[in-house]
Design a protein around this ligand. Structure first.
Ligand code: OSB
Ligand code: MG
Length: 387
């Protein structure tokens, strides 16, 4: 048992970690920009499109895809599409040799401090490629069964309470398993109250993206009246200690998002009582394998975990769906229908909600969705061939 397994229960990733990278005939970085159907706002910034860096690996006619979840700006994370390109080209790709296993590569990547989104891009593409070479779906490569995935929706900041109520009404009509609403100073207690009064039983949570400080504790405690399933990242990104202090003052469970960059952060947060729920974004924590370790560690401690989203294109969305077949993803994530984000996506099939609000894991080999060349071309800003 290696040191990771010690801390993440019975999870065994040795089979997938033992797969060799193999020969890569072509490596391309492709930048795409897809307009959102509606702007998406957090307490920090409002995005009107998804600009993403895609990694395409070609090997003996088989193509593996990865999507870097970083934005072109640093308003969610310090990582951006530009830092990811820099780290991938200068520090990560040089470690990729045909005989190196995926596990050894990821261990080697640990020398590079941070930059989980850049690392995850490569890991994701290698796992998609490995699954396609083996002719199996990604979840099977990860040793997980095909199960229906819970749906959840993240409603961005709205301009008025009425607009928020309309957005929640649509989400409820669509059948989402839970609704997340963004909050910030000035758009919090009364906005949550309005939603809760209209839908007394709706599984509802609020995400502050770090907008509050400890001085706001009494104000945040007013949210305890509304039976929220959790409050996500109320305090600053680096402030695990004060989240523990805040958690002691609130009845509502806290969930950490931006504060968690790897298994060590997750273990520290749980040990300190800084949260009772963890949002696992596979890009933020450096890939699917680290995500599975965190989820297994959460399961071993009885802490619910869920898969966050970064408004990904259909490529990143497919990775999030396969990930949620993992042990420990016990709550609905930010996994919504494609049509919520884009009029047209670059992959087929789109994510849709099945009856009961469930999401089916795509069935083909690898991530199970196909990049449609004409659509990829339509939204491509630039391509850089590295090999
Ligand atoms: O805080 O979870 C977040 C989107 C971009 C940046 C941060 C966050 C989000 C979301 C949307 O909440 C999740 C999604 O629908 O993909
Ligand atoms: Mg969040």
């Amino acid at each position: 048992m290696n040191s990771h397994q010690d801390r993440s229960g019975a999870l065994d990733l040795t089979a997938v970690e033992g797969l060799a990278i193999g020969t890569l005939d072509h490596i391309d970085l492709i930048t795409v920009s897809l307009p959102f159907v509606a702007p998406f706002g957090t307490s920090v910034y409002t995005w009107t499109c998804k600009e993403a860096l895609l990694l395409r690996l070609e090997s003996g006619g088989v193509v593996g895809w990865g999507e870097c979840v970083a934005d072109p700006d640093p308003y969610y994370s310090y990582e951006t599409t530009s830092t990811a390109r820099h780290i991938i080209k200068e520090f990560l790709l040089p470690e990729m040799k045909p005989d190196v296993t995926i596990g050894a590569l990821m261990a080697r990547f640990r020398r590079v401090r941070g930059h989980g989104m850049a690392k995850a891009t490569i890991e994701n593409a290698l796992l998609d490629l490995a699954a396609k070479r083996a002719g199996v779906p990604l979840h099977a490569l990860l040793g997980r069964p095909r199960i229906p995935i819970m749906s959840g929706i993240s409603i961005g900041l709205q301009d008025s309470v009425d607009a928020l109520l309309r957005a929640v009404e649509d989400a409820v009509a669509d059948g989402y398993h839970r609704v997340k609403m963004k909050i910030m100073h000035g758009r919090d207690v009364e906005w949550v109250r309005a939603v809760r009064e209209r839908w007394p039983d709706l599984p509802l949570m609020a995400d502050a993206n770090g907008d509050y400080r400890m001085e706001d504790a009494d104000h945040l405690a007013e949210l305890d009246a509304f039976g929220l399933t959790m409050i996500e990242q109320p305090l600053g990104y680096t402030d695990i200690i004060r989240h523990a202090e805040l958690q002691h003052r609130l009845k509502t469970p806290l969930c950490l998002d931006e504060s968690i960059h790897d298994l060590d952060d997750a273990l520290a947060a749980m040990d300190l009582g800084a949260c009772r729920v963890i949002n696992i974004k596979e890009g933020r924590v450096g890939g699917l394998l680290e995500s599975l370790r965190i989820a297994a560690a959460c399961a071993a401690r009885g802490v619910p975990a869920w898969s966050g989203g970064m408004d990904e294109t259909g490529i990143g969305r497919a990775f999030n769906i396969h990930l949620q077949t993992g042990e420990g993803f016990t709550l609905p994530g930010d996994t919504s229908a494609t049509a919520r984000y884009f009029r047209e996506d670059i992959v087929d099939p789109p994510v849709v909600l099945a009856p009961g609000g469930w999401i089916e894991v795509p069935e083909g080999p690898g991530i199970g969705v196909e990049v449609v060349p004409e659509r990829l071309a339509r939204y491509t800003l630039g391509t850089e061939r590295l090999t």
